[in-house]
Design a protein around this ligand. Structure first.
Ligand code: NGQ
Ligand code: ZN
Length: 452
């Protein structure tokens, strides 16, 4: 049995003192006991211990051009003009480049307090649009990257077939994404044979028509009825308008009426919801996937988190930012800006905003990942983050978490990160960081040269 003693820890029930954690060799917590004296020799956490955050939405390859699309190219740049640029990168990524980019990204995620990631992966084929000898090649590169970095993973191979509502033919620059339901399910089977936790992702209602959606869900049901289903749903106003023009319904309404949406579903970028959609989606138990930094970067709009009474989690999506605390801060700040109030995403039972945000994002992230990562409790994975910094000294545990989220000093308060009971980041450093950075920079340099 492995053990760690924390003077202060954030449990699902709130803060606790003198907490002894024990986990088995599989990394599953067997005992979480507060108010105990540790046996001599038990390792001690050097600071406040909080659960690791799941990152519920990632397109790993996009990290390679984060920060490089911030110039005006059209009279009015938009999500759609950004997407054209993004497709140019997607068109070039090789398996080696993907693995190098993702390996570094996952190291960055760990160092920033994420302990697991849901990879929404759609660049399946070679640059000509032909399947690789192993159709799961690109997916397996992401798996290799996650294993090397030591981050938890839920793979979500994406079904992508069309360029718009009404089964519009795909664009040429989408050729690496396009595939059949059977092809996708085969990728899923290959991943499962390698022991990877998987779900599926119909990319969006723009990219998957109703019959294929039904077929995909039926296929998934046969393979794993507990697997999660993620979908991009209502990110842009144009998407909502196109859906209305096509079906007479808004995207979330259409989805709720045509698919068995339940707690296994993650509605990514459920940005534009009306009251009826909000209530109905929450009632089904779906989790909404919020990606505050990307949604801001792409000019999506503001999700009304105050009106949402359901579960939610955070994702870093295009990786304009890779920082769990920053996503939470941005989420709260967008609400403050639009409501002109403070301390919005807290309530009487959890008045402390950072704690309320952190706990909600852990629970919602675990739901979306469909893995036992719902916090520091028996039966869950030993995934946690230990905070520590000279500037946190003298603060209560709650104040330390609050400072970590809201008083960013642009220095790393994430001292240790444990995943499945293994310490992956120590003294704020991942041992593979240097080598991963080198390979990342080289892969990006090659890509940028090819794109010139
Ligand atoms: C994606 N990203 O699949 O990478 C999308 C853009 C689309 C975000 N939605 C492409 N942030 O939605 O068509
Ligand atoms: Zn996305």
């Amino acid at each position: 049995m492995n053990a760690l003693f924390a003077a202060h820890a954030l449990l699902p029930t709130g803060w606790a003192s003198d907490v002894l954690l024990r986990w088995d060799d599989a990394g599953t917590l067997q005992c979480v006991e507060a108010g105990v004296a540790p046996e001599a020799g038990t390792p001690r956490a050097i600071g406040v211990l909080v659960p690791g955050l799941p990152n519920l939405h990632s397109h790993a390859f996009q990290r390679a051009f984060a920060g490089l699309t911030e110039y005006r190219g059209a009279a009015q740049d938009s999500f759609w003009t950004w997407r054209d640029l993004m497709y140019r990168f997607a068109g070039r990524i090789s398996p080696d480049a993907l693995e190098d980019i993702a390996s570094h990204l996952y190291v960055e995620m760990l160092a920033a307090g994420y302990t697991s990631v849901c990879e929404f992966h759609y660049v399946h084929h070679d640059p000509a649009g032909q399947p690789y000898a192993n159709p799961a090649e690109m997916s397996l590169r992401l798996v290799a990257a996650a294993r090397r970095a030591g981050i938890g993973l839920t793979m979500l191979p994406v079904l992508y077939q069309h360029s718009g509502f009404g089964a519009k033919a795909p664009r040429d620059d989408q050729r690496r994404f396009i595939g059949s339901v059977d092809g996708l399910l085969r990728i899923l089977e290959t991943l499962r044979e390698k022991g990877v936790r998987c779900g599926v992702a119909p990319h969006s209602l723009r990219a998957v028509a109703a019959p294929a959606l039904q077929e995909l869900l039926a296929g998934l049901e046969r393979i794993d009825a507990t697997a999660p289903v993620h979908i991009h749903i209502a990110e842009q106003i144009q998407e909502v308008e196109d859906c209305l023009a096509w079906s007479g319904q808004r995207p979330v309404q259409w989805l709720l009426d045509h698919a068995p949406v339940d707690a296994r579903w993650c509605l990514v970028h459920a940005t534009h919801l009306d009251d009826r959609e909000r209530q109905a989606a929450a009632k089904r138990g779906a989790v909404v996937g919020l990606c505050p930094s990307t949604e801001a970067n792409l000019g999506d709009g503001v999700f009304d988190a105050v009106a949402w009474h359901g579960s939610w989690g955070i994702g870093s999506d295009s990786h304009a930012s890779v920082d769990a605390a920053e996503e939470l801060r941005l989420l709260e700040y967008t609400q403050r800006l639009s409501k002109r109030q403070r301390n919005v995403l807290a309530d009487a039972t959890r008045p402390d905003v950072a704690e309320a945000l952190w706990q909600a994002a852990v629970a919602g992230g675990a739901q979306a990942a469909a893995r036992p990562i719902a916090g520091v409790a028996p039966g869950q994975q030993a995934d946690f983050v230990v905070l520590g910094d000279r500037l946190l000294e003298g603060l209560t545990p709650a104040q330390q978490l609050s400072s970590h989220v809201f008083a960013s000093q642009r220095r790393n308060t994430v001292q240790e990160v444990w995943v499945g009971g293994r310490c992956r980041v120590q003294n704020g450093r991942h041992p593979g960081a240097e080598a991963a950075a080198e390979r990342f920079v080289a892969a990006r340099r090659r890509l940028l040269t090819e794109l010139r």
